[in-house]
Design a protein around this ligand. Structure first.
Ligand SMILES: C[S@@+](CC[C@H](N)C(=O)[O-])C[C@H]1O[C@@H](n2cnc3c(N)ncnc32)[C@H](O)[C@@H]1O
Length: 195
């Protein structure tokens, strides 16, 4: 796989990121200002905190990630939380070969896009656009280059360029939930599909 971040060990992932994601999921979803809807896809769902939060709030949720152990953990957490969420193994740059379906009202990315680089960025944008409903919203939290955890990062210009075709950018704001000691390494983006 060409990406640099790969949560191969779901236990380590939970220790490193899970405790963080659990607290951030509601903040991120609320901060993004997304409208209620029906079908949501989380790309790079990890161990499932955003999916579980969304399922609790009435969405029909599918999470996709290419790390099996993260998906196993996500399913176990959804079961404990007593919510329905489907977790599918797949590469976000090749969603056409993952069995995720299409016509999603909302697509959520919390920390996946910024781990891609090169032609995978364009492949991601094409893949996400292909599974979006005609009035879909897309919300992304991505670190800038040189931020945290060694991910390549992505600039706001690059994010805007990736979704210049067929999407309207509604907002791009500093993501204060990810900051430590005054750093704000991430931005949250909200796009709406324009067909
Ligand atoms: C920082 S984690 C965030 C997980 C989750 N969104 C959360 O908030 O807890 C990024 C996730 O993206 C996944 N990922 C990265 N590149 C991917 C790809 N090309 N296809 C599928 N998943 C990918 C990783 O396996 C990891 O679980």
């Amino acid at each position: 796989m060409p990406t640099v971040y790969n949560a191969r060990d779901a236990g380590n992932y939970e220790r490193l990121m899970g405790r963080w994601s659990r607290r951030l999921a509601p903040l991120f979803i609320e901060h993004a200002g997304i409208a209620d809807g029906e079908e949501v896809l989380e790309v790079g769902c990890g161990t499932g905190d955003n999916c579980i939060y969304l399922a609790k709030h009435g969405w029909t949720v599918i999470g996709v990630d290419y790390v099996d152990s993260a998906l196993v953990k996500a399913r176990a957490k959804a079961s404990v939380a007593k919510v329905e969420a489907t977790f599918v193994r797949g590469d976000v740059t090749k969603l056409d070969s993952a069995d995720v379906g299409d016509n999603f009202d909302l697509i959520v990315d919390y920390g996946c896009l910024h781990s891609l680089k090169g032609s995978d960025l364009e492949a991601y944008a094409r893949a996400v656009t292909a599974v979006a409903a005609p009035t879909a919203q897309l919300t992304i939290m991505a670190f800038a280059p040189g931020a945290l955890l060694g991910v390549p990062g992505v600039t706001s210009d690059e994010v805007g360029r990736l979704f210049a075709d067929g999407w309207q950018q509604l907002s791009s704001v500093e993501e204060t939930t990810t900051g430590r000691r005054g750093q704000t390494p991430g931005r949250s983006y909200l796009f709406e599909r324009r067909v």
